[in-house]
Design a binder for this molecule. Sequence first.
Ligand code: SF4
Ligand code: SF4
Ligand code: SF4
Ligand code: FES
Length: 898
Amino acid sequence: MGLKPATNPDVEAAAIELSIDGKSVMAKGGVSLYDVISSTGKIIPAMCYHYTFDPFGSCGMCLVMQEGKKAPVRSCTAKATAGMIIRTEGDDLFQARKKAVEKHLSVHPLDCPVCDADGHCELQDTAFQHGVTNLANAKQKFIPEDTRSPVLDFNMNRCIACAECINVCKDVLMIDALQFMKKGGFNQVVPKGDLALSCEFCGDCLAVCPVGAITNKFSKYLYKPWQMKKTATTCNYCGDGCQMYLETKDAEVVRVTSPLSWKNKWGDRAETAKGHGGLCVRGRFGFEYIDSPARLKQPLLRKGNQLVETPWLETMHQVVDRFSEIRRKHGPDAIAGLITARCTNEELYLFQKLMRAGFGTNHLDSSARYGHLNFVQASRHALGIGRSLNDWEDLTKAKAVILIGSNITETNPLTAVRIKEAIRVYNAQVVVIDSAVTNIAKLASHPVLITPGTEGLVIDGLIKATLELDLIDEDSTKKHPQAFKALKAAVAHVSLEQVATHTGMSVQALKDTAALFAEAPRSIILCAEGIVRQSDGYQNVLKLIDLAWITGKLGQPGCGVSTVTEEPNEQGAVDMGVAPEFLPGQASFNDQEARDRVAKAWGVTLPAAGSGVNLVEILKRCRSGQIRALYVIGENPLATLPASMEVRAALDRLELLVVQDPFLTDTARMAHAVLPACTSAEKDGTFTNLEGRVLRVREAIDPVGESLPDWHIMTALANALDCQWEYESSNDIQAEIMKLLPGYYNLGQPRKVLPTVDRYLSNGYTTDVAARYRAATPADSKNQRPFALLMGQVLYHSGKLSTKAPGLITIAPNTGRLRMNPQDMERLAVGEGMTVRLTSERGSMQLAVQPDHSIASQTCFFPEHFNEPPVKDLMSVQVDPTTGVPSFKQTRVTIEKV
Ligand code: SF4
Ligand code: SF4
Ligand code: SF4
Ligand code: FES
C-alpha cells in the first residue's frame, strides 16, 4: 500500500492485526494506515495522499485517533502496526477536519463557476461534507496564470499545496519537472526553475490534482464534468494498451481522462506493478484526430483523374464488380490485402477470413510485418510461444533487466514506468544497451552506448562472457549436452576484445552485464526496435533466447525474453492469423489439422497450403502485374516504405486499389475507391496488448459522417461476394473467435505463458545454432560513410496517425531538420538551422540541422512520422530471409555543409 513495499518482491510483508472502529482488521505490516482504513470500506477525506507515491502529509484531512495518543494522527503518513487501536469517527475528528478545510478555503479563490474542476473537486466535496460556511478571513491570491505549456495551464490561485502533482512526477514517473516556489507569500507549483514547462506532457499531474489548479488546455471552459459522457476504452496509439476514458459531448471528443485520478487514491502499492493507471502524452492529448475536420466522411470513387464523393451503394457496387471481375479473369491470387494493427481483433480476424474465404487468396499481411513478426517467429520457433514471455508485473518486480535496442520511454512510455518502478521500488539493476542516449539510460544502473547496428555483436559478447565466466545454469544445460556443445562451438570464434572494439561496449561491461543477468533471481531481457526492426532481427532474438537458456532464465517465474509493440494490436494481428504463414491462433497455415478445423468452421475450402505471400512479395507482385487488385485497410505503404521498394510503381500498375481509412492518406490518393472507416472511438471490439491482455475498445461517439467500422464494411463486401456473413456487431465476431480459439478472451488478464525450450534444443537446434553466430565482418571503416542515419519514433507521435492530432503537432511539429550531436555539428562547422547535404548509397538531399544531446556522436536522427523532406528514401531495405521482415530504419550517410 502507500508506503513502499519490500524491495524483494518475493517476500510478502508480515500480516498484522489491528482494530479500526472496534472491528478487528488484518493487513500487511508497514503499509499506510490510510490504505488499511480504506480497505475496510471507510473512506475518510485525504487531499494530499495517493497510494501510488510516498505520503506527503500536508493537508491535515486524514486525521484519526490512535489509542494512546492525545492528538489526532495523520493516517496517510502513519504506518500500520500490529495492535493499533484506531477510531476514524467522532465529533472531535469532524471538527479537526473541518478546520483543515476552512484553512484551505481561506486561500482559495472560490471561482467554482468558471473552474473546470467544478463538480469533480475534492475541496468542494470536503467543504460540502463538513458544512464549511465561514469564510470571513479569506485572503485573495493574485497569481497570474501560467499558460506557457502547450497542454496544461497552471492557476496557482486554486492550489492547496498538496504536492500530489510534484510527487507523481518525481516519484512515479521519475521525471521531476515540477517544484514548489514561494512567491508573494504563497507556496506555488512551478515548472522546474520557474521556466516554461519542459517535460513529457503526460498529464498525470493534472490527473491527481484534487482541485482545478492544473487544467487541460484542450477542454478548458468547454463543459462541466457532469455534462460529458465518459466511455472506458483502450488507447489506440501503442501496444501498452492503457485504459482511458474518452469524455464526449454529443459528437465532440472533449478530453481524455485516466484511471489515475485523485478520486482513486487508495489501493495496494504492490498492485501498481500492474500499472498506475496513468497515460502518456499521446493517450491523454492526442485524441483530436478522432473528430478532425480532415476525416473522410463519404466514400470516394475515381472518376477520370479525380476522386469524387459517391454514395456508399454505388461505390460498393463498383468495388465488388471490379474485385469479382479480376478474380474471374485472373484467379484469386491476383488479389491481395494489407491491414493496420490499429484495427480490433475482430476486424483483423474478419480481414483474414475475407481474404481467404471471400476472395480465396492467402496474399495478406499486417503492420506486424514491420518488426514484431521477427520476435514472434523466433520465440515461436524456439519456445513454441509467439509473444512476450513477461507481463508488466514481471517487469516491475525484476531484479535485473537488460534493455537492448529500446528507447522505451519514447515508444512505450507506460511500460517504461514499470521499469522505473522496478528501479525505484525494487532496486532493480537495469542495463540499457542502445546507440542513443535514451531517457531510460539516464535512470539505469548500467547505461551502455554502442555503435549503431552492433546489437547482434553485443549479444554474441554477452554469451561469450557468460561462458567464460562460467555463469552457466547446470540444470538447464546438462539436459541438452549436444545443444550446449553446439552453442559453445558456434561462439568459439567470438573474442570479447573484438566485440568491444566493434560495438563500443567494454569487455568489463560485457562481463558485468552477463554476471548481473545470470545471478539475479528475476532477470528479463526486453528487446525492441533496435533488435526486431533491424536486419538479423530474427537471429538476434534467437541469440537472446540462447542467453536466457544457458543462464536458466527460461521457465523461471518472473524471467524471460520479451518485446514491446509499437501499434496497439500487433500481437492481435498475429494471433488472429493476419499473415500468410498463420491461421488464427498462430497455427501454421500449412498445418493440415488446423486447416481442416478452420475450413470446417467457415464452411469453405482454404487457399492451397504453401500459397500466400507477405508484404514485400505482395508489392513485388503488384509491380510485376501478377497481383492486380489490392485492398488496403488503414495502411499507408507509400508514406512508410522507402523509395527503393518502389511502392508507387507497384500501386500504379494495379487495376484496382481500394483503400479503407479514416483519412485521405498518400496511398488513398492513388486509389480507385476510398472507403471512409471509423476510428477506434467509434466502434466496439478488443485489442491484445504487448502483455497478451485482451482489452475492450468501446464506441464513444457515433461514426463521423458516413464512415463505418472496418468490420461493417468488410461484412458488406463479403456478402456482396456471396459469403452470407451474419455479423451484426463485433460481439457476433467475438463469439465466432471464441469457438475457434477457446480461452483467447480472458479479458483483462495477462496471458501467462510457460516456454518449452526442450523440444527445440533436442530437435534442430544444433544445425540452427551453427549459422547463428557468424564471424563479425564489420565494414572497412575507411570505405564507410562516417555517420549512421537512424529513423525512429519520438514520444509525441505514433506512426502517421498522431500527425493528425493538432495537440501533438503543437508539442512536436515537423521541424524538417536532421537531429545531430552538438559536437558533430561543431566539427562540421554547422550551426542550428544551417543546411547540410545528406548522402546515402540511395541518394542525396539537403536539409537543415538541429542539435540534440540524445543523439550519439557519429549518428544522426530523423523522426519516422514525417516525410518532409523524404529522409526515408535514403534508406536501403534488407529483408529477413526467414521472416520476410523488411528493415529500413538505419543506413550509412555522409553529411556535408552546403
Ligand atoms: S505532465 Fe507529466 S511529466 Fe509533465 S509535469 Fe505533469 S506529471 Fe510531470
Ligand atoms: S497544483 Fe494541484 S496537485 Fe499540485 S500542489 Fe497544487 S493542488 Fe496539489
Ligand atoms: S503508453 Fe501507449 S497505450 Fe498508453 S497512453 Fe501512451 S500511447 Fe496510449
Ligand atoms: S495529510 Fe494525510 S491526506 Fe493529507
